[in-house]
Design a binder for this molecule. Structure first.
Ligand code: HMG
Length: 390
């Protein structure tokens, strides 16, 4: 039985910062951000968007009534969760009006969370072929104003339906994974910003990639030339390129050209959104599928997932017949076109506006938020969500 991604969509908040302007404000050459880091625009989440609303907005446009009835498991990967007890999945389940006879949980391991969700979903569908699983990856990446990580912030979510006989990507069984206890990036529960050892995190990302890639080749007897494209977790778009370059010579010239061209397609959305942590690898997959005109049905795609701390995994999928018909390219193009640029001053003000942590009651002004689902305020320590489309 084939199991894999039947539907995939993403959502990014309606505000963004131009990286050229951020560079000028931070007194660095714009090329450092646009070439050295490889980012053009950075999505900025207003106070009315949190990981729950981002995920719900990503999912609402891909689900039809049959999905809502058949989804009986919601797995929410996030590292910017809003509650230590109640899972973000339960809120999304309610906001989307899913079948009450469902399981809903949150999964955490830095940017690896949604990949864990997909692997869990795959096993679940193998036992329950009639079911569908909604896997979400949603985060707001915050390092702080004027920090070296600032240029690698972002916000957004990816939603995927995992099912039997998937219409887009059938996941293959061979996979290679690795865990090691390292401190490259972490966020203690008392901090709303991440701590990071930037250079070390870059090294470990590549070390994990090289290790799981070698393991994968030994397990599968496949090589680089068996892949049409490889998608990477993209904290910033130069990162995946650095990792790809460490293995590129294993392929002949034509394959190298193809892999590099497809890499470029796989970074176009990320370049304009920034790091969305758990969703980043899958945003890259959406970008590849919607932006590459070279891919053909039956092509094998590699996926490298990395979550600091750290867990890495390399796994693969095969593009299904007529997969293009099931993508959301048009609505994603509209989403990008409808965004509003904010000045650096406006971005800094939005960044500093945070949800109160002292139990006070607040109502947020959501009149400018174009999203269907938003956070209206906090009352009695409970987040008040609104779905305008209901
Ligand atoms: P930095 O110190 O600001 O930048 O930190 P840099 O000095 O290393 O420069 C960056 C690149 O720009 C370099 O290229 C420069 O040469 C180049 P490289 O040598 O790396 O190829 N550069 C220029 N290029 C063109 N024209 C110029 C110019 N000037 C310089 N004029 C760093 C960068 C990424 C470390 C920082 O932003 C950071 O700490 N980010 C957060 C951590 C991160 O993203 N790590 C990535 C791997 S870990 C990961 O992916 C997991 C994560 O997603 C979290 C999770 O799992 O939950 C982060």
């Amino acid at each position: 039985m084939k199991i894999g991604i039947d539907k995939i969509g993403f959502y990014a908040p309606h505000l963004y910062v131009d990286m050229n302007k951020l560079a000028v404000a931070r007194n660095v050459e714009p090329e450092k951000f646009t070439i050295g880091i490889g980012q053009e625009k950075m999505a900025v989440a207003p106070i009315t968007q949190d990981p729950v609303t981002l995920a719900a907005n990503a999912a609402r446009t891909i689900l039809d009534d049959e999905d809502k009835e058949k989804i009986d498991f919601v797995i929410f990967g996030t590292e910017s969760g809003i509650d230590n007890s109640k899972s973000a999945a339960v809120y999304v389940h309610q906001l989307l009006g899913l079948n009450p006879n469902a399981r809903s949980i949150e999964v955490k391991q830095a940017c690896y969370g949604a990949t864990a969700g997909i692997q869990m979903a795959k096993g679940y569908i193998a036992l329950n072929p009639e079911s569908r699983v909604l896997v979400l990856g949603s985060d707001i990446a915050r390092y702080g104003l004027n920090t070296s990580g600032e240029s690698t912030q972002g916000a957004g979510a990816v939603a995927m339906v995992i099912s039997a006989d998937p219409k887009i990507l059938a996941l293959e069984d061979k996979s290679a994974y690795l865990t090691a206890d390292i401190m490259d990036f972490w966020r203690p529960v008392y901090s709303d910003k991440a701590f990071v050892d930037g250079k070390f995190s870059n090294e470990q990302y590549i070390h994990f990639f090289n290790t799981v890639w070698e393991q994968y080749k030994a397990k599968s007897d496949l090589g680089l030339n068996d892949f049409e494209a490889i998608c990477f977790h993209l904290p910033y778009t130069k990162m995946g390129l650095k990792a790809l370059r460490t293995v590129l010579e294993e392929a002949d010239e034509a394959d190298q050209e193809r892999l590099l061209a497809n890499y470029k397609s796989s970074t176009m959305y990320n370049r304009n959104v920034g790091n969305i942590y758990t969703g980043s690898l899958y945003l890259s997959l959406v970008s590849l599928l919607e932006q590459s005109d070279q891919l053909k049905d039956g092509a094998r795609i590699g996926l490298y997932s990395y979550g600091s701390g750290a867990v890495g995994e390399f796994f693969t999928g095969i593009l299904q017949p007529n997969y293009r018909e099931y993508l959301q390219a048009e609505s994603h193009a509209e989403l990008f076109a409808a965004r509003t640029e904010v000045s650096i001053e406006e971005y800094e003000a939005v960044f500093q506006e945070t949800v109160p942590v002292d139990g006070s009651t607040v109502e947020f002004d959501a009149t400018k938020d174009t999203a269907a689902i938003y956070l209206a305020g906090i009352k009695d320590n409970m987040r008040q969500y609104v779905n305008k489309s209901n």
